[in-house]
Design a protein around this ligand. Structure first.
Ligand code: CP
Ligand code: NVA
Length: 311
């Protein structure tokens, strides 16, 4: 019998228990990778990757990860497929999902990926939308766990845009029991409804701060992102002015807990959202964070295709 299809379109498409499983599998899969021990449970499986926006990490981590698991990949972009020539998303979903076992999509509106998933015969993974970036938060939390242990009860400071990363952090906090201190410039606030849902969040899962320094006080992790996300380039100049005080600097890291980590999903702009001293400094774990995209996504693909496999 076929398993019911599971998608990963938002962080809370998986339960807290399933996330714990994926973190544990990612650690096991990473250990095998580091020991050069082959692990190929997805031989003969194919992943289609659809990119409507640019990518370095997402493409390399999914593509290398799928090959390492024994599978293969098909890479499609808007420019080189019928997706860019207005073939309906529902038709693309029907066709592509008859030929591959798994689909990863990076696109604009979340509605587009939701429509694709509705018509797909196979699991669909969100590789970033305007609203969410769940694979990145999987990697970020896995990285936190590797360095500091469980994230439950900890505090994450979000400094910057109320964007796809911020929304996903809020969802994760609600699901996994930690707190996010959010500081965004006026006009760039998070969409609380989108991030935590119509029922609201538990009182401890996030707090809003007008001053980014206050958001960082006592935080176990300080994190930020570009001032202008993909798709918002027309607002670049306006944003440069609005975000000038939302730059993670040594003073903010000083205000955080003494053993606080710094993360950034990358690509980063030194001198804009973060000072070089911070991102290139001793508290920064951005390179582990980037590498861990591959390990957590391997665990995610294994889970979506094979369920909870035994070691
Ligand atoms: N962090 C991240 O998703 O990077 P890319 O845009 O390079 O995929
Ligand atoms: N918020 C950024 C993340 C890039 C990985 C964007 O959407 O462009």
């Amino acid at each position: 019998m076929r398993h019911p299809i599971r998608h990963f379109l938002q962080f809370n498409d998986l339960t807290a228990d399933e996330h714990a499983w994926i973190f544990q599998r990612a650690a096991w899969i990473k250990r095998k990778f580091k020991a050069y021990e082959p692990y190929r449970p997805l031989s003969d499986r194919t992943l289609a990757m659809i990119f409507e926006k640019a990518s370095t990490r997402t493409r390399v981590s999914f593509e290398a990860g799928m090959y390492q698991l024994g599978g293969s990949v098909v890479h499609l972009t808007t420019g080189d497929s019928q997706l860019g020539r207005a073939e309906p998303i529902e038709d693309s979903a029907r066709v592509i999902s008859r030929m591959v076992d798994l689909v990863m999509i990076r696109t604009y509106g979340q509605d587009k990926i939701a429509r694709f998933a509705e018509y797909s015969r196979v699991p669909v993974i969100n590789g970033l939308t305007n609203e969410f970036h769940p694979c990145q938060i999987l990697a970020d939390i896995f990285t936190f766990i590797e360095h500091r242990g469980s994230i439950a009860g900890k505090t994450v400071a979000w400094v910057g845009d109320g964007n796809n990363m911020a929304n996903t952090w809020l969802q994760a906090a609600e699901l996994l029991g930690f707190t996010v201190h959010v500081s965004t410039p006026r006009g760039y606030e998070i969409d609380e409804q989108l991030a935590v849902g119509p029922d609201g969040a538990s009182t401890s899962s996030y707090k809003i701060y007008s001053n980014p320094l206050d958001a960082c006080r006592g935080a176990d992790l300080v994190t930020t992102d570009v001032w202008t996300s993909m798709g918002y380039e027309a607002e670049n100049e306006e944003r440069r002015k609005a975000f000038a005080d939302w730059r993670v600097d040594p003073e903010m890291m000083q205000a955080a807990a003494p053993d606080a980590l710094f993360m950034h999903c990358l690509p980063a702009h030194r001198g804009e959202e973060v000072e070089a001293e911070v991102i290139d400094g001793p508290q920064s774990v951005v390179w582990d964070e980037a590498e861990n995209r591959m390990h957590v996504q391997k665990a995610l693909m294994e889970f979506l295709l094979l369920g909870r496999v035994a070691d």
